[in-house]
Design a protein around this ligand. Structure first.
Ligand SMILES: Nc1nc2c(c(=O)[nH]1)N[C@H]1C(S)=C(S)[C@@H](COP(=O)(O)OP(=O)(O)OC[C@H]3O[C@@H](n4cnc5c(=O)[nH]c(N)nc54)[C@H](O)[C@@H]3O)O[C@H]1N2
Ligand SMILES: Nc1nc2c(c(=O)[nH]1)N[C@H]1C(S)=C(S)[C@@H](COP(=O)(O)OP(=O)(O)OC[C@H]3O[C@@H](n4cnc5c(=O)[nH]c(N)nc54)[C@H](O)[C@@H]3O)O[C@H]1N2
Ligand code: SF4
Ligand SMILES: [Mo]
Length: 724
């Protein structure tokens, strides 16, 4: 029997609509769903591989228990009940012995529900969830809540000018953002690109600034100085709605075009011209870009400076500008924050969060301050900040606690939808830490290098096998599963709930299925998951300049250019640029490592460390690449396609050389996420995880991290290239 079912792809963030053609119970063809309200029939190369992913022979189908050494690859199949029983028992034993804080979690990017995991951890009593949060979008969220009480979304549909700052959607957001930019550019939108590589976006731009990696904050402060000096700011808005403008004027005064040019490798007149261009083409949007968040030392203050630029130019919450708040009635849907059940975690347990003494802004203290300030706003207009995203333990502190038992023993860890050996920096330390856990539990689609070290591995249902509710500030859509979960795969909600039921959390998991939890969330708008699906999404209506009615969700109710929260926490209340340790400015470093290293620029069809086992994906990108300018290669006597080592002070990895004029001649651009599922696993090296893994090159030591959030660098480091 043949039929077509609506479902969705969640192999990256947008959740595009899919049509699954099913024959005799098996999906045989996938295409975009033209009726999907957001993606409207488009899917990307990764989405077209959904069927390969669903039926892939390497997929985990049953829970596994390790029988050999960690990493040796010896497993025994067991039932869900057996596996959950022993995991729960061991967690209970460890909790009794060391306290609930002995359990940690590693977080990846937004692939699954996440509120359920946070709920489990809050009820279990551990504050120690850590992961990519310190570097990916969450820092920008935390900082923007502190500056103007919410996270701003660029109104691309109506903007006159977009600044793509460290963002390359032609590779990272190919279905929604990039086509929208192309369309708007054709219609006359202006565009500035700030990127060390000549990307597809740079080629389309009116102004392209080929900046030295890691120096964006100096440029932002240079823009601020020019905008103030030339009176290009929005005087009315600044007077009525901001605090700290005069201090800002002072703080920015030293960033003259000449000084900025010397730091950034740009020409002084380009600094001036671009600042004017941004300020004079209103309304304007500065995109969020991971090129900023991944800079380490300056990352959090760059996010601050970006938010200040948006505010002083009068672009906040105007049509075509930087939108704040939720639309009506979408804002009334119960958000994750409520579902996270943060009130369940006691004050005492919160105070044990690892890393929060060093980075209080990104732990409970900072989150609580943002939460408090948010209370002045109605929640249907501005949801409170998510603890799940902006109050986390620091990865380094967690790994150190595992290895040293200090300040207390961390003996157990769960990794769900995350592959820490590939995504976190300082891979060797992560490896040693994972190996020395008493209990390591992983839930994944495949047996990754991290999973290879686990005691128990649980098989996760993929998006086409589970329902999801997808919520943004302006819409909410129901994403239905297309097939029942195959074999014994289960959705992540079932994982957390089943574990919670075994650990005394019965009364807090009243919804047997995730769909029922979604019904609960939708109740305030009078809908159910099925009802929402039937009406093909709920779309809100938004007003503009709503701060005139509500104010801003900050301690003063205004945009805090000078941050009172940062000041209270002993952090710089106004941004200032700092030269990182490892830069071409440091002659000693430069002698041995002459090239600036950036890692992780997105490429299709891979998503982080995924798709390495999908044959068709490996046909497109077979091997890990380092991109280099042809002149640099020539000087080194290296040719296209040759294997080379990329060496940083922390180690070396092997990659294939790809020559490209798009790369600045003083830098190297290394892909991230590489491991080799086709290889054997061994206790010393699961699936070749040390061979080409960019994070061998990336540090997490204190002096490399941002002092506000502890964000570590995946870019703006130094390296050299050698023949392999
Ligand atoms: N060097 C370098 N490192 C980086 C970056 C960089 O640019 N350079 N980027 C960083 C960034 S921004 C991020 S967000 C992180 C991403 O880091 P991660 O999110 O940890 O990404 P992955 O390494 O792909 O690991 C995700 C794992 O989750 C599994 N998975 C996918 N979906 C689900 C699901 O729904 N349920 C379950 N149970 N499992 C699932 C996948 O099979 C995969 O093994 O990496 C960071 N690391
Ligand atoms: N195909 C694919 N798409 C993805 C992902 C994936 O793994 N694969 N991951 C998803 C995730 S979790 C994220 S966070 C997003 C990230 O997506 P983007 O925000 O687009 O970030 P990146 O691709 O990491 O880097 C964007 C640009 O930053 C530039 N850059 C590097 N260092 C600097 C710097 O110091 N300053 C400036 N100005 N620019 C710099 C790089 O040259 C690159 O062109 O992508 C998402 N989309
Ligand atoms: S992988 Fe492609 S099809 Fe799937 S959600 Fe992302 S952009 Fe859409
Ligand atoms: Mo990310």
């Amino acid at each position: 029997m043949a039929e077509t079912r609506r479902t969705y792809c969640g192999l990256c963030h947008p959740r595009c609509g899919l049509l699954f053609h099913i024959e005799d119970g098996r999906a045989v063809k996938v295409e975009g769903d033209p009726k999907h309200p957001i993606s409207r029939g488009r899917i990307c190369a990764r989405g077209t591989l959904m069927i390969d992913h669903l039926y892939h022979p390497d997929r985990l189908n049953y829970p596994l228990k390790r029988t050999g050494e960690r990493g040796e690859g010896k497993w025994e199949r067991i039932s869900w009940d057996q596996a959950l029983d022993v995991v729960a028992q061991s967690l209970e034993t460890l909790r009794k012995k060391y306290g609930p804080e002995t359990l940690a979690f590693t977080h990846g990017t937004y692939r699954t529900y996440h509120w359920d995991g946070r709920r489990f951890f809050n009820l279990f009593g551990s504050p120690n969830m850590c992961g990519a949060n310190n570097i990916c979008m969450c820092p920008s969220q935390a900082v923007e809540y502190t500056t103007y009480g919410g996270f701003a979304w660029g109104d691309l549909k109506k903007t006159r000018c977009v600044v793509l700052w460290g963002s390359a959607p032609s590779k990272s957001n190919v279905i929604l953002l990039f086509p929208a930019i192309q369309e708007r550019k054709k219609a006359g939108m202006k565009m500035i690109v700030v990127d060390p590589r000549r990307t597809a976006e740079a080629e389309m731009a009116d102004i392209w600034l080929q900046i030295r990696p890691g120096t964006d904050l100096a440029l932002m402060l240079g823009w601020i100085r020019i905008i103030i000096k030339e009176g290009l700011f929005d005087r009315d808005f600044v007077e009525k709605w901001t605090v700290g403008f005069d201090q800002l004027r002072n703080a920015a005064s030293e960033y003259t075009p000449e000084k900025v040019a010397a730091i950034t490798w740009l020409e002084p007149n380009k600094v001036i011209e671009s600042a004017r261009f941004y300020a004079e083409n209103k309304p304007a949007v500065i995109s969020w870009g991971f090129g900023i968040d991944k800079q380490g030392l300056n990352a959090s203050q760059s996010a601050r400076a970006r938010s200040i630029l948006r505010a002083i130019t009068g672009n906040l919450d105007v049509e075509g500008g930087e939108l704040l708040g939720w639309s009506d009635p979408v804002g009334a849907i119960i958000d994750f924050v409520v579902m996270e059940l943060n009130e369940a975690l006691s004050k005492e347990q919160r105070s044990k969060q690892l890393g929060a003494a060093e980075y209080p802004f990104f732990g409970f203290p900072g989150w609580e301050m943002n939460l408090q300030a948010n209370k002045r706003l109605p929640s249907h207009y501005m949801h409170p900040p998510k603890a799940n995203m902006t109050s986390v333990a620091h990865g380094r502190a967690v790994m150190e606690a595992i290895l040293t038992g200090k300040p207390y023993p961390v003996t157990a860890m769960i990794s769900l939808a995350s592959n820490p050996l590939l995504s976190l920096p300082n891979t060797r330390q992560t490896f040693e830490a994972l190996k020395s856990l008493r209990l390591y539990v992983v839930s994944d689609y495949y047996l990754t290098p991290s999973a290879a070290l686990a005691d128990y591995v649980f098989p996760a249902a993929s998006t086409v096998e589970r329902d999801e509710l997808w919520l943004s500030a302006d819409f909410c859509i129901a994403c239905p599963k297309g097939v029942e979960p195959l074999y014994e795969r289960r959705d992540d909600y079932q994982f957390w709930r089943s574990l919670g039921l075994r650990l005394g959390q019965e009364e807090y998991w009243p919804w047997p299925t995730v769909k029922e939890a979604f019904d609960h969330r939708l109740a305030p708008v009078g809908l159910t998951f099925e009802g929402l699906l039937e009406r093909n999404g709920l779309f809100g209506k938004r007003g503009f300049r709503r701060y005139e009615e509500f104010g801003f969700g900050t301690p003063s109710g205004k945009v805090e250019i000078y941050s009172s929260i940062f000041e209270k926490l002993g952090l710089r209340p106004l941004p200032a640029y700092q030269e990182p340790l490892e830069t071409p400015e440091n002659a000693l470093v430069k002698r041995d490592y002459p090239l600036v290293l950036i890692t992780g620029s997105r490429f299709m069809p891979m998503y982080h460390s995924e798709q390495r086992q999908i044959r068709f994906a490996r046909k497109i990108v077979a091997d890990p690449l380092v991109n280099l300018h042809p002149d640099v290669a020539k000087n080194l006597g290296l040719k296209e396609g040759e294997w080379v080592y990329v060496v940083s002070p922390r180690g070396r990895i092997r990659l294939k050389l790809h020559l490209s004029e798009a790369i600045h001649p003083q830098m190297a651009d290394v892909q991230h996420g590489w491991w080799f599922p086709e290889r054997k696993t061994s206790p010393s090296e699961p699936f070749g995880v040390f061979e080409s893994n960019a994070n061998i090159l990336c540090p997490d030591e204190r002096e490399f991290c941002s002092p506000e959030i502890g964000g570590w660098p995946h870019t703006a480091l130094m390296c050299r290239i050698e023949k392999a």
